[in-house]
Design a protein around this ligand. Structure first.
Ligand code: ZN
Length: 346
């Protein structure tokens, strides 16, 4: 998503602390050679990265950089600046990883003179899709890029980065946007049911914007299907896994992702219940169910199901047979929840 080009960073919701820190580094000419932007999806990491590249190269005279209108600012906002390079998953590969070839290209470009920018920046988004050998090829350049060049690494999965990467970078933490900021902002964008969207998006403006009313309905339907599959009949469970993971990949990916999101929401609500935060429930309409889940799962079971969920996401990204991944996750849920999964139990 391209940022709207406005001076400074006043239009970036909920990240003023991070922005102040970064902009102070720009004005003191003390940018770190390798930033690691980490935090939940859709809270503005990529927007801030581009805006930082603009601020570092702005030629305007606005009181707060970036001005948003000078040549470099506009080129960067349009993704056409030769010295601000955004690298995502390799379109030439099926595996959705950032490939060794892409990393070699970055290293090659860093060996060349800069075109024009005061600051040449490579934005790797998401860094967690840079595989092991590609990371190893990159390490030396991450540590000592040529003068005037640097990196911004972006991730919402800090734990999947190699420690050798994290230790070379200056970590900048992005946090979820508090509901009291997000709700009025969503209303100002004409979003219906802003409170519910803010809850369902876990404080992520990007997610809330893409989460239309129909998507919220899809999540509810997906939850109903999931709970039915957990109802104790093994055949129902296998049929569900079959239907969910039926090829092609383009069709099952969104179905499986929605199931994972529904499960994530139920888990978060179980945690909210366990810690007495009923007012923070994401889906109050299934409060009875999540209360039962919390009694059975809290605390160890939550951790185990959460790690099974993370494992499922990782394996799906690595193209492991989706049906096997879904079955393994469901088996973990059934084992942890027992009859409480769908309504029985304690
Ligand atoms: Zn400018």
């Amino acid at each position: 998503m391209r940022p709207s080009v406005a001076p400074g960073y006043a239009d970036i919701l909920g990240q003023s602390r991070v922005c102040q820190q970064l902009w102070a580094a720009v004005s003191a000419d003390h940018l770190h050679h390798c930033y690691l932007f980490e935090g939940p999806q859709g809270v503005g990491k990529a927007t801030v990265a581009l805006r930082l590249a603009m601020a570092a190269n702005c030629e305007g005279d606005a009181p707060v950089a970036p001005c948003g209108t000078c040549g470099p600012c506009r080129l960067i906002a349009e993704g056409r600046h030769p010295d601000v390079i955004e690298v995502g998953p390799d379109p030439a590969k099926a595996s959705e990883m950032i490939s060794v070839e892409q990393v070699r290209e970055i290293i090659r470009v860093f060996g060349l003179h800069r075109h024009s920018a005061r600051r040449r920046l490579v934005i790797l988004d998401p860094m967690d899709l840079v595989g092991g050998s590609a990371t190893n090829a990159l390490l030396k350049t991450l540590e000592e890029p040529p003068a005037g060049s640097g990196f911004i690494l972006i991730t919402s999965r800090l734990r999947s980065l190699l420690p050798t990467v994290v230790s070379r970078a200056l970590r900048i933490r992005f946090r979820a946007v508090p509901a009291e900021d997000l709700i009025p902002w969503l209303r100002s964008k004409g979003i219906q049911d802003a409170e519910r969207m803010a809850r369902l998006s876990f404080g992520s403006p990007g997610l809330a914007l893409t989460m239309s009313e129909s998507r919220a309905e899809e999540l509810a339907l997906s939850r109903t299907d999931l709970l039915r599959a957990l109802s104790g009949d093994p055949k129902a469970l296998f049929d569900y896994a079959d239907a969910l993971a039926a090829p092609p990949r383009s069709a099952f990916e969104p179905r499986v992702e929605r199931m994972l999101e529904s499960l994530e929401i139920l888990l978060r609500d179980a945690v909210n219940q366990a810690s007495g935060r009923e007012d923070k429930l994401i889906e109050p309409e299934v409060a009875d169910l999540t209360l039962r889940w919390s009694r059975v799962l809290w605390p160890g079971g939550v951790v185990r199901v959460e790690s099974a969920l993370a494992e499922a996401r990782n394996r799906l990204r690595l193209n492991v047979n989706a049906r096997l991944v879904v079955e393994a996750l469901l088996a973990c849920l059934v084992a942890e929840l027992g009859p409480a999964a769908y309504g029985g139990g304690r």
